[in-house]
Design a protein around this ligand. Structure first.
Ligand SMILES: *Cc1c(COP(=O)(O)O)cnc(C)c1O
Length: 383
């Protein structure tokens, strides 16, 4: 198995501080919302929502986490050597593009896979038929997400085949909720009703070895009836509610702060322009600072002339267009500003003018996309 991380370019000057205590406290806060016996699956796809997959696994492997969920076989293999206590679950259904080696690794190493068709079951069964290893599979029930779940009839048929196949065993039955983050939860309850009907009609609850799961972060926080045997939390581990909540039952703290140093200071005379397109022309003589990060690093171009950053305690404005790897801020009113001083670009505070919620609002997106876009070459510094 090859680990390519060490060969990767790291920009030491771009610092994504990752706070283990915050992440661990978020996990225990979320677990406190569940029954003692409810398993906890930490979703670490998308480079752990930008927090660094290896760093996050290292922080959470000592926590009371039962599963790590990843999107692909590649992430599963990447973390395999780091994980002892937890089980890895690959969310993308296993399929015929897998090499025989990949199928075998999943079976031998106990990596759980999602299975979504009889054809894929045939492929798995054929690949494993020469050996004794058994692949543990989960079946996704379509209850209203409308993505890759299976309708009830297909799912029952597939479960029968899994039970008959000597090289597969049913380890999980789950569904995914489409609207758990919204104020109106009525559709989520319709989905749960459909899912419950499936569980009853197929006597899934009688099977002790099958883990039933449905809840993402929002459902873990807001819908106790969705917890079943395990919750699958992504965004909440990293300290965010799927969308800002006014009176949340659990306190979450952002686990990342993105910073970079001021590399240059310069004065712009009133009436002169700054950066591409001359979109900022100050009305007063202005001190600007250059921060060596841009849209290539995950700092959105749509933040141009709109976003805030922090220099010490001063809130400053991004001025002019965000470039590929540079951005300018107005530091005229910052006392004792100096080259080398650190600038906070994404703050680890929900109410901060440069927190992920504020930035997401500016970019017209959800908070997920803000830390996730922080490029893999940004230095993750674990505290
Ligand atoms: C990504 C994902 C999650 C985690 O969702 P959050 O909203 O980040 O908690 C849970 N389940 C599945 C199937 C997912 O794909």
């Amino acid at each position: 198995m090859r680990f390519y991380r060490s060969q990767q370019l790291i920009r030491q000057d771009l610092e994504a501080h990752i706070y283990s205590q915050a992440m661990l406290a978020n996990v225990s806060g979320l677990k406190n919302l569940c029954k003692d016996e409810t398993k906890f699956c930490a979703v670490i796809k998308a480079n752990a929502y930008g927090h660094g997959i290896s760093e996050t696994v290292n922080i959470l492997k000592k926590a009371d986490v039962d599963f790590f969920a990843v999107a692909s076989i590649y992430e599963a293999i990447h973390i395999l050597g780091m994980v002892k206590k937890q089980t890895i679950l690959i969310l993308e259904p296993i399929n015929t593009t897998y090499s025989p080696d990949q199928v075998t690794i999943c079976a031998r190493k106990g990596i759980h896979c999602v299975l979504s068709s009889a054809e894929d079951l045939g492929f798995v069964s054929e690949t494993l038929s020469t050996g004794k290893s058994v692949l543990r599979v989960h079946v996704n029930i379509e209850s209203g997400m409308g993505r890759n779940g299976l309708d009830a009839e297909l799912a029952s048929g597939l479960i029968e085949r899994i039970d008959r196949c000597p090289n597969t065993s049913l380890a999980g039955v789950y569904t995914h909720l489409a609207t758990a983050d919204e104020e109106d939860l009525s559709y989520a309850y319709v989905q749960l009703e459909k899912f419950n009907r499936f569980l009853d009609e197929n006597s899934i609850r009688d099977r002790d070895d099958v883990i039933i799961h449905a809840a993402n972060s929002a459902a873990t926080i807001k819908i106790p009836e969705s917890h079943f045997d395990m919750v699958r939390c992504g965004i909440a581990i990293y300290g965010y509610y799927s969308r800002p909540m006014s009176d949340p039952p659990v306190k979450l703290t952002p686990a990342m702060k993105l910073q970079a140093p001021i590399v240059k200071l310069k004065n712009i005379a009133a009436g002169d322009s700054v950066s591409y397109g001359r979109s900022f022309i100050p009305g007063r003589d202005t001190a600007v600072a250059i921060v060596p990060l841009g849209y290539a690093d995950g700092y959105w171009r749509s933040f141009s002339n709109r976003a805030k950053m922090k220099v010490g305690d001063s809130v400053v404005s991004v001025v002019g267009r965000v470039c590929m790897d540079q951005v300018l801020i107005d530091v005229t009113d910052v006392p004792n500003v100096a080259v080398g001083q650190m600038v906070t670009i994404i703050d680890n505070d929900h109410r901060s003018p440069c927190g992920a919620y504020a930035l997401a609002e500016l970019a017209g997106t959800i908070c997920y996309e803000i830390p996730i876009c922080v490029h893999a070459h940004v230095n993750r510094i674990v505290h």
